[in-house]
Write a protein that binds this ligand. Structure first.
Ligand SMILES: [Ca+2]
Length: 498
């Protein structure tokens, strides 16, 4: 396998390469340091502040793009053609890659809820006590309402905001954590980790509604309606923000018979994933056709990413040559298919090699809307570097902290004692601290499969990175699962027994 600097999925149609492997841009360095040193644990007042154009006028509706963030569930880099995928046809996603920027090192968190929390706040969710899914599973708890979401920011900036699909950031006894109280004007979807593929029952702003058909098709129909409705309102109407969060390819997997028939040559587990992803790609094609048919192609900034890596044995999704899977901290868990497309604004066929993080979507989207966040974010605006206005890398450092999910439901111990696992990227290096063993050290560009642990050969580097990682951990807010949590609380677990 070739190294990360020449990843094999970048086939010849990708023409522009952004490396910036030497020389960290001063601006990015300052942004990174400011974000790491000054972000507050929670409860900060965050707001969207209009940014003036050079002529002093504010951005006008007609010049502001619609913003679409497509999140797919549990797909890995081995599932799409523009990464390592080879056995599933994804021509529509591959076309997006040709027309936009592919993030070769696009990082997320290793499971559903933390990634969605990071996306919608632009911040490490550990800052507000989220290390894994548990506090965002079920109806009792949810994401800290003091956190200011991207939907709130864009709503305040004049956008009409939509969540179509999966939420998984909690509900609350008073529905205070529900998406329609967190900045989304319109919600059509489901609240928890999983939905139903066929004939789903979906919530429309809190009212349940039965649908006939296949989940991915239904969600795409809703997305296309939003696009068409915006077009019919004319150029002076407000732009929209659409967070399109598909169920595909999460459990409980079901596929359409025609799609299963296309992949009869694959083993049953992979076949199911392939059928779901094939249909997903066709729906991406429908959405893009709708955008083009309505004349919005160069007025739409679109991100596409998976919320975590694949889980091959369970879901049949694939992380290609990367080690690990959903829930752990190897590359297969946290490096995902990730791209951005905005014709005329993000150069087509860009291979972007520096590390990019899911938190970057918040400030990038807000900048595209002509605004800037006033709060402390961990993400950075990617547009200046994608557009070649500055050089450098968005991130020199990235951090991860999660728990061993195999220990979430052990009735013989406090659920809060589940083993913590942490990792850090510092330039080319990656440190993984699983807590129960000595730290591991990998040099990712030359060893993206994390096959060669260099910890023994680099003891000083390990100690220095461990010191930095621990300092970051100590600056976060520890996650606490209440003892009365209906799913993971001590009482609930004791009732279930071993
Ligand atoms: Ca997921």
């Amino acid at each position: 396998m070739r190294g990360m600097c020449a990843p094999p999925w970048f086939v010849p149609h990708i023409g522009r390469v952004v490396r910036h492997s030497a020389g960290l841009g001063v601006t990015w360095l300052l942004v990174g340091i400011a974000a790491s040193l000054t972000a507050v644990p929670c409860g900060h007042a965050q707001d969207a502040v209009p940014s003036s154009r050079p002529d002093g006028t504010l951005a006008h509706h007609a010049s502001r793009p619609n913003i679409i963030v497509v999140v797919v569930d549990d797909l890995g880099v081995g599932d799409v053609g523009f990464c390592h995928g080879r056995d599933i046809a994804t021509p529509n996603l591959d076309q997006l890659a040709r027309e936009g920027a592919v993030f070769a090192q696009g990082y997320v968190l290793p499971m559903c809820s933390p990634t969605r929390a990071a996306l919608l706040t632009g911040r490490y969710p550990q800052r507000f006590g989220i290390e894994d899914n548990r506090l965002l599973d079920g109806r009792a708890t949810g994401m800290d309402i003091r956190e200011f979401t991207l939907a709130q920011a864009l709503h305040k900036a004049g956008y009409v905001t939509h969540l179509v699909g999966k939420w998984h950031l909690g509900q609350g006894a008073q529905w205070q954590f529900a998406p329609y109280h967190r900045g989304f004007d319109h919600f059509l979807g489901f609240y928890g980790a999983a939905g139903t593929y066929f004939d789903p029952l979906l919530s429309r702003n809190g009212t349940e509604q039965s649908f006939h058909g296949y989940n991915t098709d239904i969600l795409t129909d809703a997305a296309c309606e939003i696009v068409a409705d915006r077009a019919q309102r004319g150029a002076e109407a407000p732009p929209f923000f659409l967070h399109l969060a598909y169920l595909a390819a999460h459990l409980p997997q079901q596929a359409k018979p025609d799609d299963l028939a296309r992949y009869a040559h694959l083993d049953p587990t992979r076949r199911m994933a392939a059928a779901i992803i094939h249909n997903l790609d066709e729906n991406i094609g429908r959405l893009m056709q709708s955008i083009q048919d309505n004349g919005m192609d160069d007025r739409t900034l679109l991100f596409f990413l998976s919320d975590n890596g694949g889980e091959p044995p369970i879901l049949g999704t694939s992380n290609g040559p990367l080690r690990g899977q959903k829930f752990d901290l190897y590359e297969g868990a946290i490096r995902v298919p990730f791209l951005a497309r905005w014709p005329g604004h993000i150069p087509a066929a860009t291979q972007f090699e520096p590390m990019v993080h899911v938190t970057d979507i918040f400030p990038t989207a807000l900048a595209a809307a002509g605004h800037k966040p006033s709060g402390e974010l961990d993400g950075v605006d990617l547009l200046p570097i994608l557009q070649g206005k500055i050089t450098g890398r968005p991130h020199e450092r990235l951090y991860w902290l999660t728990t061993d999910h195999a220990q979430w439901r052990r009735p013989d111990r406090d659920t809060n004692d589940a083993q913590r696992m942490a990792a850090m990227r510092l330039g080319e290096w990656k440190l993984i601290d699983l807590g129960s063993d000595r730290p591991q050290l990998y040099r990712i560009p030359s060893d993206p499969a994390e096959a060669h642990d260099l910890a023994a050969a680099e003891p000083n580097r390990v100690q220095q990175m461990l010191k930095e990682l621990n300092a970051w951990r100590e600056s976060m807010t520890p996650q606490v699962v209440p003892s009365d949590h209906p799913i993971y609380g001590r009482a609930a677990l004791q009732r279930k027994g071993p």
